[in-house]
Design a protein around this ligand. Structure first.
Ligand code: C5P
Length: 397
């Protein structure tokens, strides 16, 4: 299991809920972060205190808990995870999932998520064998839900047959498989992200307003599809996503070196806002006021990482993707940029202030490939990232 994998664990109300405690322990031993969610019925079998003590985090239980909602909305809770695991999954939860019913926090999260879901069913053998449960199971599988177990054996209710929840270690193996599968499994992708800082002297620098949000969302989306991601990031506002190999840099020159050191790769995506120039005469000591005379800065051009990688003659990645943020003539400028830099794709967007895109949570882009431009509707940066990651997966298939 990749250290830093983030599991949202939903514990529903079955006798096997006690095994969820062991599951949490095993997942944390392997470096995973576990965010626990309990249904009301789960609280009849295990206490929130033991669950939160083992997870080392707060347990989420109530859809209408204002503190939790203020800290992290339920939609965000369902999207921050790499995988959602329902263990145990009772017949009731399976039925609600199959129908899209959301009448508590757990089922609302399951309906709101766009992440993969793995269920570990647990119920009495007759409930498992019932036509309704088997119908729900078939529906869930058709919806892409992953299933581990149940196993056959003596049941808490005294009967014998299938319905026992899979053992925690079997669930861990199923989680491992789910996390390491996906269309980008075995592919190595380098993503540059964030701004660069170009020093003027040891305490001052030239920067830009890039938050790193789009590059971070893209790296997370690539990881979710199974890619091995090297995330080369300047000093961004948002933390790096889980599951990537982080290379922190400050300057454009460092970013180029870190990118080159991360090669060979199947794809490189340059989402960083790299400073075009650095200060050539940066001071080694803090610059002092010089009476009325003003300091003078000399500039040198920074290396263009996207162009350098695109124009490699030996070991060029199969796919090189750049971004073009423009305020006018977006398509013309972006198309020219694609040709000039020699990259395969350009993701172009209009960042004029009236679009609210710069610093906002939405994006509206045009993907320019060798086949021409393709306009995508306005959507969140996360959705844009997932759509782009899916396209990258298709291209590298
Ligand atoms: O030329 P411009 O900065 O508009 O190009 C934007 C694209 O080029 C982005 O993908 C950005 O990450 C990349 N770039 C780069 N190195 C630079 C400048 C831009 O990789 N020095």
């Amino acid at each position: 299991m990749r250290a830093g994998s983030h599991i949202l664990l939903i514990i529903s109300g079955g006798i096997a809920a006690f095994k969820a405690l062991d599951l949490i322990r095993r997942l944390r031993e392997r470096g995973a972060t576990v965010t626990p969610v309990m249904t009301a019925a789960a609280g009849e079998f295990v206490t929130p205190l033991s669950v939160s003590a083992l997870a080392g985090r707060q347990v989420y239980q109530d859809l209408f808990d204002l503190t939790a909602e203020a800290e992290m909305g339920h939609i965000e809770l369902s999207r921050a995870a790499d995988l959602i695991v329902v263990a145990p999954a009772t017949a009731n939860v399976m039925a609600k999932m199959a129908q899209g019913i959301c009448d508590d926090l757990a089922t609302t999260l399951l309906l709101a998520t766009d992440k993969r879901v793995l269920i570990a069913p647990s119920m009495n053998v007759r409930m498992w064998d019932h036509a309704a449960t088997q119908r729900n199971l078939a529906q869930l599988k058709a919806d892409g839900v992953l299933v581990v177990g149940p196993t056959e054996g003596d049941m808490a209710c005294g009967e014998y047959g299938p319905g026992r929840m899979a053992e925690p270690l079997e669930i861990v193996t199923a989680i491992d498989d789910a996390l390491s599968s996906g269309p980008l499994k075995g592919k190595r992708i380098v993503v540059t992200s964030g701004p660069t800082h170009e020093p003027i002297d040891p305490v001052r620098y030239i920067a830009n307003r890039s938050s790193g949000a789009q590059g971070t969302a893209l790296a997370a989306a690539l990881v979710a599809l199974g890619a091995e991601v090297v995330f080369v990031t300047g000093p961004a506002d948002v933390p790096p996503p889980a599951g990537v190999a982080v290379r922190k840099v400050e300057t454009a020159q460092q970013m180029l070196k870190a990118t080159q050191d991360a090669l060979p790769a199947d794809a490189v995506v340059c989402a960083a806002a790299v400073a075009d120039w650095r200060v050539a005469n940066a001071g080694t000591q803090k610059m002092k006021k010089m009476g009325t005379a003003l300091p003078s800065l000399d500039f040198a051009e920074n290396p263009d990482i996207l162009a350098t990688v695109s124009q490699m003659t030996d070991g060029r990645p199969a796919l090189v993707v750049g971004f073009a943020a423009e305020t006018e003539h977006v398509l013309d400028h972006a198309t020219a940029k694609r040709a000039r830099k020699g990259c395969d794709w350009i993701v172009a967007n209009d960042v004029s202030p009236e679009t609210g895109i710069m610093g906002g949570s939405d994006n509206e882009v045009t993907l320019i490939t060798g086949d021409g431009p393709e306009h995508w509707p306005r959507m969140t940066k996360d959705q844009t990232a997932r759509k782009l990651a899916a396209r990258i997966a298709e291209a590298l298939a």
